[in-house]
Design a protein around this ligand. Sequence first.
Ligand code: 1OR
Length: 374
Amino acid sequence: MTDQLDIPENPEEGFSPSEHSQCYSDMSDAEVQEPAGSPDFYSAKTSMASTPTTDYFPDSEEELYDDEPSDLPAIPINYNRGRRTSVSAESMAPSQDKDYVKIYIPKTPEQRKRIEASIANNFLFKNLDEEQYKDVIDAMVEKKVEKNEEIISQGGIGDFFYVVETGTFDVYVSKNGTAPELVHHYESGGSFGELALMYNAPRAATVIATSDAVLWALDRVTFRRILMENTSRKRRMYESFLEEVPILVSLEPYERHKIADALESLYYEDNQLVIKQGDIGNSFYLIESGEARVTKVDEDGVEHELPGLNKGEYFGELALLNNKPRAVNIRAKGRLKVATLGKKAFVRLLGPVVDILKRNSDNYETITRSVQQC
Ligand code: 1OR
């Protein structure tokens, strides 16, 4: 393993779808309006099951944390030193720690641009204010890795959160001592290593580079102080809802967490149009609460009422699966709350259930045909 820190000596220098179906017509179209709109820690006295391999902060680490006041949550400075150690649970609200001293790793303008490009489409970095955004970039450390390098070892203690700038990574999980199974992979813009930091838990998986790669590493304290609250709040907020969404039951809990990261809740008032037949589709919707009415205008301009949608059901997938215009109108029936997923996230995160989505969509035609005949 050839861990290395790319910290320039002087960065300033030289850098340059309900049961009923009825016919319906003469429907007044509501105006399209803009919608209004930490997990339990286990106090980990966790013994190391295996030796973590992220020991790339060899000499500068102490310097980084040197300025931390002593009443800070206990952060093990030497946990990645390759020896048996333990982690103490940290404050639930790290961001309220006023004495916190920010970490500043000097960077070239070019490095900053590369970080910005790497995090641009990453949901964990959304909703940061200007200062938080700057603090995160300031604290990141470039880590160049070689193919086959093990970045994270399952069972190890969490030290850094990683964002992938370039390169590819495979994720392996060994359950109850069984042979490691390939469960996931990451490429540019992906990120990993947040779980151990959020839950004070041992690393849940092993991550290995499958090419030479460049990572940006964010230390545990900065991750918890800036990125964790929003991330864990969203995962908690959507956890029980996503567990009850039938289409998502076959997913791993971690896959639902990633969906939670990407979801955004929107509210619609009674009769407000959510999806307009014929429009280009950019989002997928899950009903968090309330009901939705579904209608379809036929070739003669007659609007037919189709079976409605209730909590836990979804809509908006057809246009995304088939790259076709929206097939129906969807309106709020009473107040409606939906969780939306953008097209890219839909493709990336719902890949494992695409076959089920496609199979379910075959029923639409049957329903639509029977409704249009009445
Ligand atoms: P970590 O800090 O535990 C390993 O370090 C990281 O691998 C973990 O954070 C996640 O960021 C990432 N289960 C657990 N961790 C995963 C998984 C995963 N995939 C990526 N990581 N999966 C469930 C396997 C039963 C795979 C879901 C697709």
